[in-house]
Design a protein around this ligand. Structure first.
Ligand SMILES: [Zn+2]
Length: 224
């Protein structure tokens, strides 16, 4: 302990002694050092006097200074607030194309976007085989719930799975831009569940196990 601490002390003593010898040995150097010390001291005294003296300043100067300080405080407050995460980051699920979609945010980018059954919350599987079938005239991706007897929950026409995910992502971003995401959620959820229960489609049988041509189903309820 003393071994370690003695070095800086010893070095300091040596430096002081050597410095003292040099200053006394070289008179111009000593004069220069005293001059610099004098400047520093007078600077300190000047600042101190400036701080403790009283000033008479016009009221309008005080008013401007007061306004400027208020603006400064408001700006600091806004800067701190804008550091919080944006409001849309809390928006991580919604009902789109009849299914419930969930996602996460990585900065401003949507990640882990996938859809779920609005009724049983099961993860949906997709079928975009129509995009690879040269005989098919419809290019679409169906999202199917295995828990509801392989019922097609959502059908997005226009392309394969990647296209459908992109379409859902574009819809999410559109709702954020139009601020629809704050209001759309509940009404869309209601609609989706109602449609699944068949109450909207009374008279048309929509039993979950019934195999219906999918083309008919998607054309009956156009998604775009
Ligand atoms: Zn389901």
């Amino acid at each position: 302990m003393s071994e370690k601490e003695s070095h800086p002390v010893r070095n300091g003593i040596i430096a002081t002694v050597v410095g003292g010898i040099m200053l006394s040995a070289i008179p111009p150097l000593r004069e220069y050092a005293l001059k610099v010390l004098g400047w520093i001291w007078s600077g300190v005294v000047w600042v101190w006097e400036a701080l403790i003296s009283g000033y008479s300043i016009p009221g309008w100067v005080l008013l401007i200074l007061g306004l400027l300080s208020i603006i400064g405080v408001v700006n600091i407050y806004l800067a701190i607030r804008s550091g919080d995460e944006p409001e849309f980051m809390k928006y991580t699920e919604d009902f789109i194309y009849g299914a419930k979609w969930r996602w996460s945010w990585a900065g401003n980018t949507i990640t882990n976007l996938w859809c779920f059954c609005p009724k049983r919350d099961a993860q949906l599987v997709y079928d975009d085989s129509s995009c690879r079938n040269i005989l098919s005239d419809v290019r679409k991706t169906d999202f199917i719930c295995e828990r509801c007897g392989n019922k097609v929950i959502a059908s997005i026409s226009g392309g394969d799975k990647n296209y459908a995910i992109g379409a859902a992502e574009r819809e999410i971003l559109r709702r954020i831009r139009t601020n629809e995401h704050n209001s759309s959620k509940n009404s869309e959820a209601h609609k989706a569940i109602k449609a699944l229960n068949g109450s909207e489609l009374k008279g048309r049988s929509i039993k979950v196990n019934q195999a219906k041509p999918r083309g008919e189903r998607s054309s009956r309820r156009p998604r775009y």
